[in-house]
Design a protein around this ligand. Structure first.
Ligand code: URA
Length: 512
């Protein structure tokens, strides 16, 4: 039976890496398989039992060739973290990985290897412990006899007690030295202590927790914690996983947690109640910003329009992508008519026929509109005819395309073109055919039957006569259809009459 070799490693942790590397290299050179090496580190639990039997590897007698030893960089990174772990078995596992790496260079990439998974888990636990330490160390001011006796230039010393899971004091101390480089501090833990004095870091063995009096710094932490705590965002599980309970006893602010959790519901309700006055103020500000942007866009468009007129505007609209409707429609159906028309008729959106031909009101609804206009002697060629939405919105059903009402967003995107058309044509009066046209022009979407026949006024004073859409008449039958047709006829006649002379024009403007 081959004898077992015992390798003893000494404190401190900082020197552990070099010591392990050196001893592992020797063990490899002397071709000692993992099962023949017993690792232990002084001061670490029962492994001390083996200290007296430590072996001088160089006297093991086997042949050695250092140049053939393979140590990849990724192994060294893994080793640095794992060496800080508190499991005494870590040396054995690390040596076993190093031993197997000599024959299997892809071992570290092998996710199915139990050994590698275990080492990775250990490294992860060490990194997490370091992270928690950097987050949960709380300094308090103490009177430090050590610094007084060494005639320190700064008499103030800050002290922190922390209980890490692993041997991480040397790994995290540089973080604190960097962060609190302008003060003298001491961090004590059961697994080693770090002192930063006059810019120099030093380490010593772990100690038991000292009994310290209450201090004012804890009050500061409490105030800070109370201020950043948002009861409306309380998630107890997430909080406990971020700040596990084992750290609570050394964090002054955690004494407040049970009470804060108990009061969170009430505080959050109160916050919601108190905040109720703010949203309208914000919404108002947002509305004003949107309005400002729209006004600015319109101002630019107006400049372009004065230069290019309706033709230029129609050309721009032909490539409009302001809303998704352009994706399925055949083309933009822009308004048509004289650029100095006194009356503008605004419909809803192009239908199937209009979408294919590219002209407004050429389908069944257009034919009905033409008929009614003909009956009252209104000349279509003298009117500017357009739609609130310039693309056909539909749902395919077999070979047919079924009309769908445009939504508020589509109406508001397309309003840009309607406003631009209005800015060029400057009609004396407008007729809104149906609810969508009324919404686009006036911003109000109330039921059409309540508003029909009334004149409403736009921001610039232009009167808008609200009436029924021809398509709505087509959907009715019998007497109802006749009555609706009469309404449309009467409303168009009113618009025509009111706009036909200076006095009448005045009437339409006032809505009387
Ligand atoms: N309906 C409308 O609102 N507009 C048209 O152009 C055609 C039908």
């Amino acid at each position: 039976m081959t004898p077992t070799e015992t390798v003893s490693l000494k404190l401190p942790q900082l020197e552990l890496e070099a010591a392990f590397r050196q001893k592992a290299r020797l063990a490899l050179m002397y071709k000692l398989p993992p099962e023949r090496v017993l690792w232990h580190r002084e001061h670490e639990s029962k492994a001390d039992l083996f200290a007296q039997n430590s072996t001088d590897l160089s006297r093991s007698g086997n042949s050695a060739d250092e140049s053939t030893i393979r140590v990849p960089k990724t192994y060294l990174e893994l080793m640095n973290a794992v060496l800080c772990h508190s499991d005494p078995e870590r040396f054995h596992l690390l040596y076993e990985a190093l031993w197997r790496l000599q024959d299997d260079r892809h071992l570290l990439q092998n996710r199915s290897s139990h050994l590698i998974t275990r080492l990775e888990t250990m490294a992860k636990s060490v990194r997490r412990d370091c992270h928690k330490m950097t987050a949960f160390v709380r300094f308090r001011e103490i009177t430090d006899t050590a610094s007084e006796s060494q005639h320190s230039t700064s008499p103030r010393v800050f002290y922190a007690w922390f209980e890490p899971d692993h041997w991480i004091i040397e790994r995290t101390a540089p973080f604190f030295a960097n962060r609190f480089g302008d003060m003298n501090w001491l961090i004590e833990t059961p697994k080693g202590c770090a002192r930063f004095q006059e810019g120099a870091l030093s380490y010593s063995n772990g100690v038991e927790q000292p009994v310290l009096p209450e201090d004012e710094t804890s009050q500061l932490w409490n105030t800070y914690f109370l201020n950043i705590f948002n009861p409306a965002r309380l998630k107890v599980k997430a909080m406990q996983s971020e700040m596990p309970k084992k750290y609570w006893r050394n964090l002054p602010e955690t004494a407040l947690i049970p009470e804060m959790i108990a009061k969170a519901q009430n505080r959050s309700e109160k916050m919601q109640k108190d905040a109720a006055t703010h949203p309208p103020v914000r919404a108002e500000r947002i509305r004003a910003m949107i309005q400002q942007r729209e006004d600015a866009e319109l101002a630019i468009a107006r400049e372009q329009i004065t230069a290019g007129g309706l033709a230029a505007l129609k050309h721009q609209a032909s490539s409009c992508t302001r809303c998704p409707l352009h994706c399925n429609a055949t083309q933009t159906v822009f308004g048509e008519g004289p650029s100095d028309a006194g009356l503008m008729l605004v419909g809803e959106q192009p239908g199937d026929h209009e979408d294919l031909s590219g002209r407004p009101f050429v389908g069944p609804a257009g034919r009905l509109l033409n008929d009614v206009m003909g009956e009252i002697g209104m000349d279509r060629d003298e009117i500017y005819l357009t739609n609130a939405v310039k693309h056909f919105k539909f749902a395919p059903k077999g070979k047919r395309r079924i009309h769908k009402n445009p939504g508020r967003t589509e109406v508001s995107h397309c309003k840009w073109w309607l406003e631009a058309e209005r800015a060029i044509v400057k009609p004396k009066g407008i007729v809104a055919l149906g609810g969508i046209a009324a919404l686009a022009l006036t911003g109000r979407g109330d039921a059409i039957w309540k508003r029909r026949g009334s004149v409403e006024r736009l921001g610039d004073g232009t009167p808008v006569l609200i009436t029924i859409h021809p398509s709505a008449i087509l959907r009715l039958a019998g007497a109802e259809s006749q009555a609706a047709r009469q309404h449309l006829r009467a409303d168009l006649l009113l618009a025509k009459t009111l706009l036909s002379g200076p006095a009448d024009e005045q009437d339409l403007r006032t809505g009387t």
